[in-house]
Structure formats: C-alpha cells, structure tokens
Write a protein of this length. Structure first.
Lengths: 114, 109
C-alpha cells in the first residue's frame, strides 16, 4: 500500500492557469509538507502543516496555498502559474514528536509550465 | 544564514567503498539525516544521527561530529543500484529540515 501518494504525477499547463496537486498519506502522521525541487535538485521546503500550525516559508509567493481538508490530506493550490514554477513538487509526512521524525515522501509531481 | 555543503558529484567503482561528506552551518542542531534519491523518484530515508559517532546499518554507515559541523555517509561493497543522489539534511532549532543540494554518486563497473 502506498504510504504517501500524490496526483497527478505529471502536469503540463499554460502560464496564467490555476492548478492543484493532491496529497494523501495513510501513515497516520501528524505533519505534512510540501517541497519544491528545482532543476538544480535543491529541495526547498514550502510549507509544513499539522493540526496546530501552518508554517510558511517566507520566500514562497502567495500564489501558492496549502489546503488541508483533514489530517491525511494536504493539497497544494497554485494560482496564476509562471514559467519559474516548473519543478518537481514533493509531498511528505512525518510523525511529530518522535525522535527521528523521519519524513516519508510521495512520488512527486512534475509540473511544466509553458 | 543556514548552509549545507556536499560535493556535487562523485564516481566510484562497483565493489569499492565511498565516503560522501557533508558540512553544515545552521541555527541550532536537532539531528542530521541522509536520504537517497534515485533519478525521477522520491527521496527515501537512509540514516539519522543526533549524537556524535558512527551509526551502522548494513552496507551504509553515517558519522557525525557536532563540534565540527560535519557528517559523512559511508557506502561499502558498492552495487550498481547505489547510483543515486545522496541528500544531507539538518534539522535546525525550529525543527525545520535544511537540505543540501545532494551528491550524485555514479557507480562504474
């Protein structure tokens, strides 16, 4: 069974469009994350969210917004897409409070903005 | 600022041993992680160090020196499937993970 899943796996769209990427985890974890991995392979945290707190990386444009309908889901909405948004977006989850706090990653969504 | 440094790329031979270094400067320290990422796939957890010393897990070992801001990942008996990027990440005082850019490891027969 897939622990962290994302849809879609590939997303090709035009500049200016609005799109969403969905993420679900069945691990019972408290905390979920969105990362952006650009062409240089840097993993940059965008958001971390649990039922208590949303932490936003201040460098993330407000065109990006996380939406969490419940503890197992954290979707990413992107408005007015730009060319520079092209990247691979990873969702991850972890169990807050455990010493190792290992993050489990979804398979990634490759976003291409034309 | 916060910074994680790793070599960009390394090459090693099948069956050999390779050491991937990571140095860090972060606001506080609450553990260091190593992840493996195959091309086109998600990162997967390899190891975790929070105290100084060596943690061994099969063919992979990870070492930490907090006073030096230094860690390494040691891979023994290299196999072709070990060709991947290896990401070093440090959890800072806010419990946020700061990621290095990763080291691409190429294994040659």
């Amino acid at each position: 069974d897939t622990a962290v899943s994302q849809t879609p796996k590939y997303l090709v769209t035009q500049m200016g469009n609005d799109k969403s990427i969905k993420c679900e985890q069945n691990l019972g974890h408290d905390t979920m994350y969105w990362y952006k991995q650009d062409s240089k392979k840097f993993l940059k945290i965008m958001f971390s969210y649990n039922n208590k707190e949303l932490i936003i990386n201040e460098t993330v444009p407000n065109r990006f917004s996380p939406k969490s309908p419940d503890k197992a889901h954290l979707n990413l909405h992107i408005n007015s897409l730009e060319l520079g948004d092209s990247a691979v977006y990873f969702c991850a989850s972890s169990q807050e409070g455990r010493a190792t706090d290992t993050q489990y990653f979804g398979p990634g969504t490759r976003l291409t903005v034309l | 600022g916060q910074n994680i440094d790793q070599p960009t790329e390394m090459t090693a031979t099948e069956g050999a041993i390779v050491q991937i270094n990571c140095t860090y400067q972060t606001s506080g320290f609450n553990g260091l992680f190593w992840y493996q990422q195959h091309a086109g796939e998600a990162p997967t957890f390899l190891s975790y160090n929070v105290l100084d010393g060596l943690e061994e897990k099969g063919r992979f070992s990870s070492f930490l020196s907090r006073s030096k801001g230094y860690s390494y990942l040691l891979l023994k008996e290299l196999q072709m499937k070990d060709s991947a990027s290896y990401l070093c990440a440090v959890r800072d005082s806010n419990y946020q993970l700061i990621w290095g850019a990763g080291t691409k490891l190429i294994i040659k027969p």
